[in-house]
Design a binder for this molecule. Structure first.
Ligand SMILES: [Zn+2]
Length: 267
């Protein structure tokens, strides 16, 4: 987990971002504030990211994308970065790379920099389905109900391991089936139900009790919670543990409060 935070500039938590190492490949999920510097603190350069999966286009999940792209280019990535995301991702990438940085790009090209491999290859995931088959893993998507914008959750199947990573949002009743038997469910937990009910945006997010229900029904082994907006707003550093306990009281598996730099080996 590169960034366990959310929208606000919590100094203890970077914006939403996670990576998954599969053999020699590095897959990144969301690319929020400080994702690239948290990546380099793990000893991984921007150029080493092979695929980036965006859950949705709220700024907190994508604000570090241009940095990742430009530094990967400067450091001469070997393969073109592939970006997957919901409807609107092509437009976002098209607008965020070339137009604002035109002077930068022109000056570097004038000094001999090769433009090849600057522009990422972008794929929009428009349906809930299995959309990527690599030789040793498969990635599937499902939609979440979030703020009226297209929002995806991803499932990665690698051999007999299953990992589900959500961005934000409230899943539908099919979601436990999507998560069935997952070794790891990394899911947002923006606040307690009381807190969410007081926020104008509260209905955009899942409640701790629903996380417990899904994880139990799906037989998930470990739940990681992240995107702790309530910690940002109240300053209460114990709220993550409190919500983890709420989940734990209705779920037999393990619940971990996400931290920047948290690493889990699934073997
Ligand atoms: Zn969001």
């Amino acid at each position: 987990m590169l960034g366990s935070g959310a929208v606000r500039d919590n100094p203890r938590r970077g914006g939403p971002s996670q990576i998954l190492y599969i053999d020699n490949q590095i897959l990144m999920f969301d690319c929020g504030r400080s994702a690239s510097s948290n990546l380099s603190q793990r000893g991984i350069g921007c150029e080493a990211v092979d695929r980036l999966f965006l859950t949705h286009l709220h700024f907190d999940h994508i604000v570090d994308v241009p940095y990742l792209v430009f530094v990967g280019w400067i450091k001469e990535r070997k393969n073109r970065l592939q970006i997957y995301g919901p409807n609107g991702t092509k437009d976002f990438v098209k607008k965020i790379i070339r137009p604002p940085f035109q002077q930068d790009i022109e000056s570097r090209v004038a000094h001999g920099k090769d433009l090849t491999l600057l522009d990422p290859e972008v794929y929009e995931v428009l349906q809930a389905n299995q959309f990527l088959l690599d030789h040793n893993y498969q990635i599937s998507s499902v939609f979440m109900n979030h703020a009226g914008i297209p929002t995806l959750a991803y499932r990665i199947d690698i051999g007999d391991k299953r990992i589900v990573i959500t961005g934000d949002g409230v899943p539908d009743e099919q979601f436990p089936e999507f998560c069935h038997g997952a070794d790891l469910l990394s899911i947002e937990c923006s606040g307690t139900s009381e807190f969410l009910s007081q926020q104008a945006w509260g209905s955009w997010h899942i409640e701790p009790a629903s996380i417990a229900q899904i994880a139990s029904k799906a037989g998930v082994k470990t739940v990681i919670i992240k995107h702790l907006v309530m910690e940002d707003i109240t300053g209460d550093r114990e709220i993550g543990n409190y919500m983890a306990k709420q989940i734990q009281s209705h779920y037999d598996g393990e619940v971990i409060v996400g931290e920047d730099g948290l690493a889990i080996d699934l073997g």
